[in-house]
Design a binder for this molecule. Sequence first.
Ligand code: NAD
Length: 257
Amino acid sequence: MTLKGKTAVITGSNSGIGLGIAWELARAGANVVLNSFTDREEDHALAATISAETGVSARYIQADMSNGDACRALIETAGVCDILVNNAGIQHVSPIDEFPVDKWNAIIAINLNSAYHCTAAALPMMRKAGWGRVVNIASAHGLTASPYKSAYVAAKHGVVGMTKVVALETAQEAITCNAICPGYVKTPLVEAQIPDTAKKYNMSEEEVIKKVILERQPSKQFATVEQLGGVAVFLCSEAAAQITGTTISVDGGWTAL
Ligand code: NAD
């Protein structure tokens, strides 16, 4: 499988799933553009490491995905975008009647609106190139719900809906748009919650993983960022050319329940 000559822009890719996907796309030969809202030496160093180890061209572009103009500027600055991975996302957990307005707005802006702005900016480039892939990182929460995650579940259901619309609008072109719906993936975001939860429930970290975090994931195992990257590479392959407007769950059976 080679994506040689293609350029992928992955939003929110200086850690976790986005970074894992960037690595796998680079290993498959695609040039990659990493992104987050920070502009630290270590962010640029990530791109340098990917480039050194895979031989592709890699760079890091700072852009705040909570800002629509910045989203569009990211794509414009990249200059070319054959593969767009809308991955940037944040979470906040609270009952809806206490949900802070600023958190609600930030989740909708980063998790949903950024996918709209980046897709709108990237599609003309894909059309010009005559080929394109939009891969949206939704969630099991794009298909089902949990209490206290109203903004996140609303945003992720929105991403799944938008995925279908973009697929229909590009159906007769060599462009596809799909959503990957991960269950729990072991990223720094999730790992950071384990010690505190263990203390709170007076459990071992092992027990927290199985009984609390992976309670709804029948496999009782985390998905990995490498697995997510592999699915993204597949969606960019020729074998996936007729897969569009759909979701692929990577959730250890969660949505089969
Ligand atoms: P993470 O915190 O490791 O990664 C989130 C990324 O988004 C980081 O690179 C962060 O810098 C970036 N980001 C946050 N705010 C941003 C902003 N304003 N502008 C630009 N970038 C910003 O978490 P993750 O688990 O890798 O999450 C990545 C995506 O996967 C998210 O959309 C998340 O909802 C989704 N997801 C994660 C899980 C999981 O279990 N980890 C499950 C389902 C879906």
